[in-house]
Design a protein around this ligand. Structure first.
Ligand code: HDE
Length: 664
């Protein structure tokens, strides 16, 4: 049990143990079925304190959901450091390799409500709370390394634009509507982020298979006071993978908890969920060496120019006990830092430093939200901030002010040597102005670089995503503005393709960016791929011999994959394997499929499942004891990624491992 889990024990109530029911005042309850009435058929009495308490609690069981990132899923884990980074920082979690720092991670979508589906086209939040020995450090990142704007003052506008439209509250959890595209086409600093949002990064296969990014430039400061600029990266051990858009839409219908269920079940099965922490570092004196401003949050530092140094690993290995108490009440803040970690002047980051505490005050009902068990630091804690709503602590002592004589000046500030936080003494000069630096002006070069770095299928998916999203806009002016202001300045081929699909005019002048650079690290196709935890759905006709099924299952599980049998109705295979049915699951929920045919004909649902798996470029394996499987299907055994598993199981597994048969 890690230190934070241990700390949570102080507040854990075990409702699985035998116990009498009580009221909140501890009074034993004798009856929880009937309210207190004047006569069997009479009115309920005010005197029924048990009824009133139960109902009042129920009436107050909701808190405001997060204004963004409302739908989230949290898990516990640990962070370990590979080697000391004392050259760059004095932060304990980055210098002491013997530590196992407890973490709590909350993954989220951004635009949808708390009850929305798991795979809309959206950015994913990737927020990590490190419970360090020097206080909590929150790395509140996303699965995309840039953002929609350069200045925090625009955030409310952008969020208003992407959220359901204010007059009719439609659409839910989607950017494919007029107000979003109106905003981005009027604010072209969003161009780079829009490319990411239209890419497959916005529809991850799993929360276990996406990268995380701190987005902003932060600072590391070492014991001598020397500073490096830093960008944080999380790299998933399983690689970065996607579903296809058509599949995402079907999954949302079949299982809107697809991502959270995948994470929950894999952790319960004991499959470690691992992300390596990477850092890109630029010494303070090299601040101006890039062809963009490193304070601009719409820019990445290409990994080929500034390599990502892998410094440690986070393992997520424990689910929460109580969703509300932990995942809903956790409060992140990019301003939660520890000595050795500091901020840059990125104007987006500066604005965030205000917003997060402010939002917790309304969401968690007052200034004591740090005392909620999931938010409480695991290190010693003392200050003069008593009172306020939901004060949980009983603090001893006559004084609650600094400085004092009566209490010997306790609690007292710590010197830097004793671990007191010191802000980096950066020199800042300037006049008060509302303006943006000229160095933030280039909106399109990196958007173009992103496109330059894609494989053919990734590029095609981006073109199709633009066609879908703009095609959903009702106002032709909005479509035209998006084409003129965002697409045309990036790429002519993309503009021509999309224009043709969405019925607007092709701009007369070609303005496409001539930025030729590419960054191979941006392509998901260049990330690792493995068989580990791949889900394979095996459809069967009822007459397939049990022995054959169990042998296949064993072979596949030995390779690290997870197997589900799918049949016409629930059937038992051997002693302890139960099938799913064509009613309960679908090929969209699996990475790959297999069809096992005995002498009976294929179930019509099996035919539909196979067609869709083929359309979604999944590896398809087959084995038949009798007759031609392909008579009923629109594809053949000669198609790419369709393999007779009796003859070449190895090939089939190669296709599964490569995630999808993209060139089919
Ligand atoms: Fe957030 N963001 N954000 N954001 N953000 C919130 O805080 C905000 C931004 C991110 O799982 C809110 O507690 C402003 C960038 C994550 O609990 C709020 C700006 C990045 C989460 C807020 C940004 C993020 C939030 C809503 C522009 C990636 C979910 C509820 C300056 C680096 C954390 C809450 C969780 C949540 C404000 C931009 C990531 C309103 C003003 C850039 C992962 O405070």
């Amino acid at each position: 049990m890690n230190k934070k889990k241990e700390d949570l024990q102080k507040n854990t109530i075990d409702n699985t143990k035998k116990a009498h029911m009580t009221t909140n005042q501890g009074l034993k309850v004798s009856n929880d079925e009937f309210s207190l009435k004047a006569g069997e058929r009479g009115p309920t009495l005010m005197e029924d304190f048990h009824f009133r308490e139960k109902m009042t609690h129920f009436d107050h069981e909701r808190i405001p959901e997060r204004v963004v990132h409302a739908r989230g899923f949290g898990v516990h884990g640990e962070f370990e450091l590979y080697e000391s980074l004392e050259k760059y920082t004095k932060a304990g979690l980055f210098t002491d390799t013997s530590r196992r720092t407890p973490v709590f991670v909350r993954f989220s979508t951004v635009a949808g409500n708390r009850g929305s589906m798991d795979i809309p086209r959206d950015v994913r939040g990737f927020a990590t709370k490190f419970y360090t020995e020097e206080g909590n450090f929150d790395l509140v990142g996303n699965n995309m390394p840039v953002f929609f704007m350069q200045d925090a003052i625009k955030f409310p506008d952008m969020v208003h634009a992407v959220k359901p439209e204010p007059h009719n509250e439609m659409p839910q959890a989607a950017s494919a509507h007029d107000t979003f595209w109106d905003w981005v086409s009027q604010n072209t600093e969003s161009a780079h982020m829009v490319m990411w949002l239209m890419s497959d990064r916005a529809i991850p296969r799993s929360l276990r298979m996406m990268e995380g990014f701190g987005v902003h430039t932060f600072r590391l400061v070492n014991a001598e006071g020397k500073s490096h600029f830093v960008k944080f990266h999380w790299k998933p051990k399983l690689g970065t993978h996607q579903v296809v858009w058509d599949e995402a839409q079907l999954i949302n219908g079949k299982n809107m908890d697809f991502h959270r269920q995948d994470l929950w079940e894999n952790i319960n099965k004991g499959n470690a969920v691992e992300f390596e922490l990477g850092m890109q570092l630029i010494p303070e004196e090299d601040e101006f060496n890039m062809d963009f401003d490193i304070l601009d949050p719409t820019k990445i530092w290409p990994e080929e120019d500034v390599p990502v140094q892998i410094v440690g690993k986070m393992t997520l290995n424990q689910n929460v006990d109580d969703y509300f108490a932990e995942t809903e009440q956790v409060a992140f803040h990019p301003g939660h830092v520890v000595p050795g970690i500091d901020f840059s002047n990125d104007p987006l980051l500066q604005g965030r430093l205000f917003s997060y505490t402010d939002t917790q005050l309304i969401r968690l009902g007052g200034p004591n939200f740090h005392q909620i068990p999931i938010n409480r630091p695991i290190c010693p804690f003392a200050n003069n901030q008593r009172e306020g709503y939901n004060q949980m602590n009983v603090t001893k002592g006559q004084t609650s002010y600094h400085k004092n004589y009566l209490n010997n000046n306790q609690p007292e500030p710590a010197s830097p040597e004793e671990g007191g936080y010191e802000h980096y003494d950066e020199k800042v000069e300037g006049r008060k102005i509302r303006a943006r630096s000229e160095s933030f002006k280039d909106h399109f070069s990196q958007a173009k670089m992103f496109l330059n770095s894609m494989t053919a299928h990734e590029k095609q998916h981006i073109f199709d995503a633009f066609s879908f999203e703009l095609g959903k806009c009702k106002d032709l002016g909005v479509r035209q503005n998006a084409v003129n202001n965002l697409l045309n300045p990036i790429d002519r081929e993309m503009t021509e393709y999309v224009v043709d699909k969405i019925g607007v005019e092709l701009p007369d002048t070609i303005e496409e960016s001539n930025y030729e650079k590419s960054s191979p690290a941006l392509s998901m196709a260049n990330t690792p791929s493995s068989l580990e935890t791949r889900e394979i759905g095996i459809m069967i006709t009822p007459d397939v011999p049990t022995e054959k099924m169990l042998t296949l299952q064993q072979k596949l599980e030995d390779k690290g994959t997870a197997v589900t049998f799918i049949s016409d109705k629930i059937r038992k295979i051997g002693d302890d394997v139960m099938t799913e049915t064509f009613d309960t699951v679908h090929s969209v929920l699996f990475d790959a499929v297999i069809i096992l045919k005995g002498h009976e004909n294929l179930h019509p649902e099996a035919v539909e499942n196979l067609e869709i798996a083929f359309k979604h470029k999944k590896a398809i394996g087959f084995s038949t004891d009798d007759g031609d499987i392909f008579k009923a299907l629109s594809f053949t055994a000669d198609d790419k990624g369709v393999t007779n598993i009796d003859e070449n199981l190895k090939q089939y597994l190669e296709d599964v491992k490569s995630h999808r048969v993209w060139d089919r």
